[in-house]
Design a protein around this ligand. Structure first.
Ligand code: GDP
Length: 309
């Protein structure tokens, strides 16, 4: 049986890496969030696609949360000397990825086709699909009344502003590749990614969520919250600002219209009954992925719970 994962950046990529060890490559497709995509220094930046590619090829930066290991920064240092805009930095090797993408897009390839070419160039077999080919951008509306591009919020302002709401701007359509992946899939896995900034943009692509719920019977979410906290990033802060308790119950409510199964961490075993009373099938296990062994184990638990392995 083939599985389809919905993923943002680091949290999602960790589980996807585990899944890639547990499944034959042709059985794993991933729909990546592209709501964070945008133009920086004239180049189209696709952070979550690149994090997935670098993680699956074992080249991701171990601590940074984006980019490649062993980077140098000569291009952006020079750009700074020239007075260029450098708050959004790309490492020298990472720039090669962006030039590769820019050239192919200029030649008329879609983002889906370029992503496939990048996967081949990195020797990655699982099928990584952008959620759509069009720019469909996440905007953050702050409590002080500003509308920020995602990276102004995330990188320039370091997630500092209090968030009022989130909007998605663009006219995306369901790509034939995403549609085919959903049609061929036996089970859905929503990775432990930010539900509001990484998974919501994917589910906002018109027709995507309804096709998933029509076609895929088992739909599992791995909670990104452990013991009332996020492992990294702004998920917990954002939930507080949106007046949501930082709990598995809030995550379950957020995914109420899509999830049938939920995996929560051992530290939250006490939540199992409540989540089951909400109609979910619940598995309690270790969901903190610190080592490759953790990633493989969680992937194995996910697949076992879905009856895939
Ligand atoms: P980003 O795009 O780099 O912010 O990454 P994601 O959206 O994929 O993931 C961010 C979310 O993943 C945060 O809410 C984290 O709590 C969650 N996360 C990261 N690592 C882990 C982990 O090992 N286990 C679990 N359960 N959640 C994680």
């Amino acid at each position: 049986m083939s599985v389809l994962a919905l993923s943002g950046g680091v949290g999602g990529a960790k589980l996807v890496r585990g899944l890639s060890h547990q499944l034959p490559a042709e059985s794993l497709s991933i729909i990546a969030n592209t709501g964070d995509d945008g133009i920086h220094s004239g180049l189209l930046v696709c952070p979550d696609i690149d994090t997935l590619i670098y993680t699956l090829s074992g080249q991701s930066h171990p601590e940074q949360g984006w980019g490649l290991a062993g980077e140098s920064w000569q291009v952006f240092d020079r750009l700074g000397e020239l007075g260029g805009e450098t708050w959004f930095r790309l490492g020298d090797k990472d720039i090669a990825t962006h030039l590769f993408r820019a050239e192919k897009i200029q030649q008329g390839l879609s983002l889906t086709q370029v992503t496939r070419a990048l996967c081949l160039a990195h020797n990655i077999a699982p099928n990584i699909l952008p959620m759509c080919d069009e720019l469909f951008q996440t905007k953050v509306i702050t409590q002080d009344g500003r509308t920020l591009d995602f990276h102004e919020y995330f990188v320039k302002e370091q997630c500092g502003p209090r968030v009022e709401s989130i909007a998605f701007i663009g006219n995306p359509s369901l790509s034939s590749d995403v549609e085919a992946a959903i049609m061929q899939t036996g089970a859905l896995i929503i990775c432990p990614s930010n539900p509001f900034l990484s998974i919501d943009p994917i589910l906002q692509v018109p027709g995507l969520q309804s096709l998933i719920t029509e076609r895929i019977e088992k739909r599992l979410v791995v909670s990104p919250i452990i013991n009332g906290q996020a492992i990294k990033g702004p998920t917990a802060k954002l939930m507080q600002e949106l007046a949501l308790p930082v709990t598995n119950e809030s995550v379950a409510k957020k995914y109420q219209s899509i999830a049938t199964h939920m995996i929560i961490d051992n530290q939250d075993a006490v939540d199992k009954n409540l989540l089951e009373s909400m109609g979910l099938k619940v598995l309690v296990t270790n969901t903190l992925m610190q080592t490759l062994a953790d990633k493989k184990q969680l992937a194995s638990d996910v697949l076992g719970f879905l009856g895939v392995k």
